[in-house]
Design a protein around this ligand. Structure first.
Ligand code: F7E
Length: 313
């Protein structure tokens, strides 16, 4: 979206033995030192010095902190790392801006997970009750973002985004796990789908619409915190039903449950009230969860078709 808007975009990639950039491989990278386009730099939210150097060198007008250990279930297995990256990583980035004196506007990817067990609907004034190491780390980052705004007058915003999905969603988040399985079962590449708690309810929106809301926050005259959501909710079970029905299958014939995919503490029900974003940012989503499920199933059928033909994804 930023490239489409004509931005010069600098992204941070973590070093890993194998490359993991499939989701941005289609974007051409600009030569180092050239203006415009996309530039990738090695960096890590666990490495404060690297972040200070990058902010000082690049001098960005806007910084979007979308980096995190973002899987809620995994955060119970690696709570320390999740706190370091998802929580303290935000402090490192904010301090890199503050210490270098660069005048960057800052967006923090806060999360509806922070509301946790507080009953819906949830809005900016709803009390938080986090239910996972991930949500606790996000809450720390949320308040740090508010604190840097109040303490130093920095232009910092929290987008409290409810679940946002697209065909680029990672395969182990529930929507993508479902739509990928539907496509593979449809083409005979898979025979069943094993899930955890199918009663959980989420407010699922379409990621390309949500990034527009992030951008609008940083274009506004005043920094503030906003809920971004559709206001609609469905259970994991509902999402299964609609996704399987998209290829003419009955989900109950293919879905099994296993406690190994359940979490020690669950977030039962999320419905966001995005009235503030509508009023101040003129932002409104158009894609609801049923259409989202169809978009994702269609994209996964395309991918599974390539897999069936022995082609690279
Ligand atoms: O789970 C249930 C699971 O992992 C959704 C992240 O982007 O959105 C995401 O967090 C629900 C939960 O997303 C399976 O128990 C059942 O109730 O897709 P999810 P999430 O935990 O809501 C928020 C806004 C973020 O900030 C996060 O970074 O689905 N569920 N069975 C399952 N979930 C998974 N992953 N796998 C299952 O087999």
């Amino acid at each position: 979206m930023l490239l489409d808007k004509g931005y010069e975009v600098h992204g941070i990639v973590r070093r890993s033995a194998s490359l993991n950039r499939q989701r941005i491989d289609h974007l051409p990278q600009s030569a180092p030192g050239a203006g415009g386009g996309l530039h990738l730099h090695y960096g890590d939210l666990a490495d404060a010095v690297g972040l200070v150097n990058l902010v000082r060198d690049v001098q960005p007008d806007e910084i979007y902190n979308l980096g995190a250990q973002s899987h809620v279930a995994v955060s119970f297995d690696i709570p320390d790392y999740t706190g370091q990256v998802t929580g303290l990583g935000t402090v490192k980035l904010l301090e890199a801006i503050h210490a270098s004196g660069v005048d960057s506007r800052f967006y923090q990817a806060s999360s509806s997970e922070m509301f946790g067990s507080t009953p819906p609907p949830q809005h900016e004034e709803t009390p938080f009750h986090p239910r996972s190491p991930y949500a606790c780390a996000k809450l720390y980052a949320y308040y740090t973002t508010v604190n840097y705004r109040e303490s130093y007058g920095m232009f910092t915003c929290n987008g409290i985004l409810f679940n946002h999905e697209s065909p680029r969603r990672g395969e182990n988040f529930v929507t993508r796990k479902i739509t990928r399985a539907v496509a593979r079962i449809h083409l005979g590449l898979q025979h069943e789908l094993v899930l955890g708690n199918v009663a959980a309810r989420r407010d699922w929106g379409y990621a390309p619409e949500y990034v527009e809301a992030m951008w609008r926050m940083l274009q506004h005259d005043e920094p503030a915190d906003y809920v971004v959501a559709t206001g609609d909710t469905a259970s994991v079970r509902d999402f299964c039903e609609v996704s399987f029905a998209a290829v003419g299958l009955d989900w109950q014939e293919y879905v099994k449950t296993d406690p190994r995919y359940e979490r020690p503490a669950e977030v039962p029900d999320l419905i966001g009230d995005a009235a503030k974003a509508k009023k101040l940012l003129d932002w409104e989503p158009t894609v609801r969860w049923r259409e989202l499920a169809r978009i994702m199933v269609e994209a996964d059928i395309e991918l599974a078709g390539r897999e069936a033909r022995g082609l690279a994804p």
